[in-house]
Design a protein around this ligand. Structure first.
Ligand code: SF4
Length: 886
């Protein structure tokens, strides 16, 4: 079988991939050299997709209240439940909460059903948490949600300003493209603006460790500086924009001087000036931004403060320049196109009466929504209050990812009808569902996605549908038909839906709306099947997508872009004596969202096997914490327990916790349950990066871990973190209660003691037990009253050896690797499973000084390259250590 060309299901880079079946029946996933987004590159997550295709953990059959049912019964129940609720309480008593993981065709029919036929706009998407502020900012400035850049701009720029974007971990292939562009063009400089010194700092020529929430002041100061230095494009401002005077007055008031900016932003004056000078003198500047800008109660103003400086210098609509929003999800953009946000109607039309009329005629819809619906936070508050009585959640896990996540869980538990369609059986959200609908997973579904640069690509299936899983578009369509809307939802294929979506984009458009893909509206099924990636707009009769805004015309009524005054506002909550830290949330390199798929991959799980908090050494000392402590991180609304990492990548006064871990992989690590649901007043995007918090040691009575070939049924423990290794499961444990007998406690998970070797050290508070069948290690558990326990990495290697030696058995009981056994440490290079300790030994022992030398010695960094920033960090760390006086 030849390779199937498809796209990655993770981040907004939207890499093209090729899936090819191998001789053993598994699939090899390789980067597509012909896809314009990645040109043959891939990151660690994309490279590990083959490890996530198994059916373990999949939802394969419809269920009602935990009982398997036939599809007809499930669809009838959903349709009847929604119809009954609408009839009794009106259309706004129901809601859909959807996802940037859906394909455009899925999104289109869900939006059409809710907004056109149920008659409510209560459909919102998890993209609200990711880039709603970028949408709102673009619409205020350009009159349309149009990202004005493509990836080649990053290569043509001479200055790239990265704001609130850890490109190295969150958009790794773009990081690779920028790294290559810097190597090819020594004139290209990178400025990183971020409260954290992330791995992206590896390519930064200037790093501004900005105080959280002060971006608007920094960019207002830049606008003011550009005016002072006479660096404005007055002709562009005069001919193509409006609002400069008001925006400048606001900038002067809020950021009068560089010392004033420095004081507010916490960045050295010289560095502020250097950034301003570089921007002033570099016409080819791209400002790329992501969640660090968007996830804020002033996110929309931050976006407009960035857009303002590009409009003021005319740096838009030409190669190598522009304000570039990098989306988090693979199809956040597709959702924006169809109207998947509650404040959009469809195809980039809002709820203006002429748009409602146009869409109603196009859809032949009886009751098109006439006003915006509930945005994500409001939507779940309405579920809690009972105003929304039936909710359908598609392909997303809000009980982990929404702010005030515990409140979302409570709201769902109190809701009359909760429907969840997902490909995964057990998530925090499926546990709240009355009806579960098995959706197709990546590799099984076909449709289109749009990446951050407005490029529409085909995602193609290469696997059969397992069990009774069905594509999301099919599920929505069948429910719509049962609700009485057969004629409008008679689709047989995603191609049919795509054609309708494309026709709507062009319907009575005439250049009035930015989103127009009329050129593909008449694609045959065969043409859709081989559709090549293309960027919108692509109006009918147009062969090449034009560069947007090249003519200086925008989509506002005057056709002029708008500069918007952006008065700075502090974050919604401030630190205090009780909560002295600013809690920032984000992502790690090798996990995606709530780990439902990446958590299945052993090589991805090796990078960070446990949820963690990062604190600066000064803060760790201030709170009496040491590396590896279990640490309680608390805010006014909740607390979690995670492992402590001490690093100067966070500045003093800040804490960083990743957003990935939910109840499936850890007992208590949902960081979003610590975040109050304050939102940006315009975009409705929650402030997920700025919560006052405290940290203190969590002191259980015992610590432990277990490794096992088979998944274990664990006894109740106060702390638990689960991860996958190559051929084994890993459980990190801790407890507040000391059992009467450790061997009996171990029996509850390891089973009968017949095949066990064990050691109980009552005085030392230690227990070690291992089940050995034949000569093979099956499972082991280690417990101690202190946190230091034997090396998991050494023990993990025993699961790949065919038989245990006597030395191995003794070493297990001694809790020490046999002499000569080498510890590999946490995984740094996922592709070749090379650990931190292995790397440090090689760097120091073999005197390696470059990433290339590491690659030659250990292969690390030679495949996807996602670990290269960390390899550079280890080289730097070793250089500092070896230079230090003895
Ligand atoms: S950068 Fe990585 S996660 Fe993002 S689309 Fe490409 S392969 Fe997927």
């Amino acid at each position: 079988m030849s390779a199937v060309r498809t796209t990655c299901p993770y981040c907004g880079v939207g890499c093209g991939l090729r899936a090819a079946r191998t001789a053993d029946g598994s699939y090899e996933i390789r980067p597509d050299p012909d896809h314009p987004a990645n040109l043959g590159r891939v990151c660690s997550k994309g490279a590990a997709l083959g490890e996530t295709l198994g059916l373990d953990g999949r939802l394969l059959y419809p269920e009602i209240r935990g009982e398997r049912v036939q599809w007809d019964e499930a669809l009838d129940a959903v349709a009847a439940g929604f119809a009954r609720t609408v009839a009794a309480h009106g259309p706004d008593s129901v809601a859909f909460y959807v996802s940037g993981q859906l394909l455009t065709e899925d999104y289109y029919v869900a939006n059409k059903l809710m907004k056109g036929f149920i008659g409510s706009a209560n459909i919102d998407t998890n993209s609200r948490l990711c880039m709603a502020s970028a949408v709102a900012g673009y619409k205020r400035a350009f009159g349309s949600d149009t990202v004005p850049n493509d990836y080649t701009d990053l290569e043509q720029a001479e200055l790239i300003v990265l704001v609130g974007s850890n490109l190295a971990w969150c958009h790794p292939v773009l990081f690779q493209r920028v790294t290559a562009a810097k190597a090819a063009n020594p004139k290209l400089r990178v400025v990183l603006i971020d409260p954290r010194r992330t791995q992206t700092a590896e390519i930064a020529d200037l790093f501004l460790p900005i105080r959280p929430g002060t971006d608007v002041v920094l960019f207002n100061g830049l606008l003011n500086h550009l005016r002072r230095e006479d660096a404005l494009d007055l002709e562009f401002l005069d001919v193509h924009t409006e609002g400069f005077g008001a925006a400048l007055r606001c900038a002067k008031d809020s950021a009068a001087s560089i010392p004033a900016v420095s004081a507010v932003c916490g960045v050295k004056e010289d560095d502020v000036l250097e950034f301003y000078r570089w921007f002033e003198r570099t016409p080819k500047t791209v400002t790329a931004f992501s969640q660090g800008v968007n996830q804020s109660t002033s996110g929309t103003d931050k976006v407009n403060a960035i857009v303002n400086v590009h409009l003021a210098t005319g740096r838009i609509g030409r190669p190598g320049m522009g304000p570039f929003s990098l989306t988090g999800q693979p199809n956040a953009m597709g959702g924006r196109e169809v109207g998947g946000l509650a404040n959009q109607l469809a195809a980039h039309m809002d709820f203006a009466p002429d748009n409602v009329d146009r869409v109603a005629r196009f859809w032949g819809a009886p009751r098109v929504a006439t006003k915006a619906g509930l945005k994500a936070v409001d939507l779940f508050e309405a579920v809690e209050s009972g105003a929304v009585k039936a909710v359908w959640i598609m392909s997303t896990n809000p009980v982990v990812s929404m702010p005030d996540a515990e409140r979302v869980r409570r709201a769902l538990h109190g809701c009359e009808l909760v429907v969840v369609s997902d490909c995964v059986r057990d998530t925090d959200t499926t546990r709240c569902a009355h009806v579960l609908l098995p959706a197709a997973a990546w590799g099984e579904k076909s449709g289109t996605v749009t990446n951050s640069e407005r490029r529409i690509s085909r995602q193609r299936s290469f696997l059969p549908l397992p069990g009774e899983a069905r594509p999301d578009w099919w599920i929505v369509t069948k429910v719509a038909q049962r609700m009485g809307f057969e004629a409008a939802f008679g689709y047989d294929s995603p191609a049919e839906i795509f054609r309708e979506h494309a026709r709507l984009s062009a319907f009575e458009n005439g250049g009035a709306r930015g989103f127009d893909i009329g050129a593909v509206a008449a694609s045959s099924d065969a043409q859709y099947e081989v559709l090549e990636p293309f960027q919108w707009p692509r109006a009918a009769g147009v062969a090449e997508s034009p560069r947007v805004f090249a003519d200086g015309r925008f989509f506002t009524p005057s056709r002029k872009a708008q500069l918007v005054p952006t008065p700075p506002r502090a974050p919604a909550e401030q630190t205090s004596n009780k909560y002295p830290l600013v809690l920032n949330t984000g992502r790690v390199r090798d996990q995606w969202h709530t780990m439902t798929r990446t958590g299945k991959s052993p090589r991805l799980s090796g990078h960070h096997a446990e949820p963690f908090v990062q604190l600066h050494p000064l803060d760790a000392a201030r709170f009496g914490l040491t590396f590896g402590d279990l640490t309680e991180v608390a805010t006014a609304i909740g607390s979690i327990v995670v492992r402590l990492e001490i690093t100067d990548s966070v500045t003093p006064g800040q804490a960083f916790v990743p957003m990935h871990w939910g109840s499936i992989f850890a007992s208590n690590a949902r960081v979003c349950a610590l975040i109050a649901s304050a939102v940006d007043p315009i975009s409705g995007q929650p402030e997920l990066k700025c919560a006052p918090a405290r940290a203190r040691r969590y002191e259980p009575k015992w610590y432990g871990f277990a490794l096992s070939r088979a998944a274990l049924d664990l006894p109740a423990t106060s702390y638990r973190a689960v991860s996958r290794g190559a051929g084994y499961w890993r459980y990190e444990l801790a407890g507040e209660d000391l059992p009467a007998s450790w061997p009996e406690w171990a029996d509850t998970m390891l089973g009968p003691r017949a095949a066990r070797i064990e050691l109980t050290d009552v005085a030392g508070g230690r227990y070690r037990g291992a089940n050995v069948e034949g000569d093979a290690l099956q499972a082991c558990v280690f417990v101690a009253t202190a946190k230091w326990l034997p090396s998991r990495n050494w023990l993990a290697t025993l699961f790949s050896s065919r038989s245990l030696s006597d030395a191995d058995r003794l070493a297990i009981l001694a809790g020490r690797a046999p002499k000569g056994a080498l510890e590999s440490g946490p995984i740094v290079c996922s592709c070749f499973a090379v650990g931190r300790s292995t790397l440090l030994r090689a760097i120091r022992g073999d005197k390696l000084v470059s990433v290339e030398q590491i690659g030659r010695a250990l292969k690390a960094g030679t495949n996807c390259g996602s670990c290269i920033p960390e390899l550079k960090g280890l080289l730097a760390e070793s250089a500092v250590t070896s230079a230090a006086p003895a």
